[in-house]
Design a protein around this ligand. Sequence first.
Ligand code: GAF
Length: 387
Amino acid sequence: MKAAVIRGFEEKFGELGDGRVYFAPGRVNLIGEHTDYNGGHVFPCALTLGTYGAMRRRDDRILRFYSVNASGKGVIETSLDELQPDDRFGWTNYPKGVVYTFIKEGYPVETGFDMAVYGNLPNGSGLSSSASLEVLTGFALRDLYGFEMSNQMLAIYGQDAENNYCGMNCGIMDQFAVAMGKKDHAIFLHTSDLEYEYVPLKLDHAKIVISNTNKKHKLTDSKYNERRCECEQALEELQKVVNIEHLCDLTPERFEVYKDAIKDPVRQKRAKHAVYENARCVEAVKVLKEGNVRRFGELMNEAHLSISRDYEVTGIELDTLQEEALKIPGVIGSRMTGGGFGGCTVSIVEDSALDEFREKVGAAYKKKIGYDADFYIVEVGGGPEKL
Ligand code: GAF
């Protein structure tokens, strides 16, 4: 991968010279979905799959971008004086957005750079290829321009770029998981104060399997922002009757007491998901620490039902993958992961059932949906690094 990105860089931009190569992971969220913008808990982990970037500073104000994966599109050139987002140049809005945020926050990016990237995360699969690219860019800028900031700030600036430059109102989970990843650990993050804890992922005789629906989707034009608005409206209604700052400040029991303050039944379902999902996430981490992987799996299954029925961000593709997974006896738990509307499921599958999983879930998916799903046995990796 490192060689491929250097080759791509040198083909387009000449010798890498004093440039550098970096890596930032993707992430998968194990449980705690659509809770991060509701002040709740999440439990993601970084993957060993991610984005490689070769980057070299320039002396002028030009920015040149090249994606080895999307090689047909060639080099995209712009300048620090033309930093506005441009839909025609898709993925380059993520690194440009990070440059924009850095400048806004007082980190002077006064000269441009050449950047080639190569990713092995399936694109648009909900494994955070965009957060990976944002954190990669921030990490590389920090190193090449000598800025001082923590990895946590890289996550915050990545989210800022995504929210204010790319127009996707995401929470902090993805950028945090990418910037703060730790090998063989998941991150139990409380999103309202960014308190976090690394929890070892001991899944004896089982693996994390990601199943990609291969349904094309883009969260910026999906209903993600609409769901976020529904939660904000529900919160405003609840705040008239109970003193809370975020939806996830409520326990399920207190939610049941106050829920009728939310007048619209659809909004009430959205809020219910957020509150119950937060409680599930807290319980899931507790049982995992106790070594109870079975209960962790049951909570994953419950989480999928909640997000499918109450939050309604799954669709037939994700639901089929999850339902078919649960028919295999060696599956400990399975649920959609990420924003939804396509993307992937995450399943915990016993080693002895891995082949059967791929065969049976794959065949049933193809029969029902009409095209193939892809399956990846993934490993939990660390955060961004200089290679
Ligand atoms: C997407 C967002 F980017 C995250 O912030 C999070 O809300 C997630 O969807 C749902 O849990 O990945």
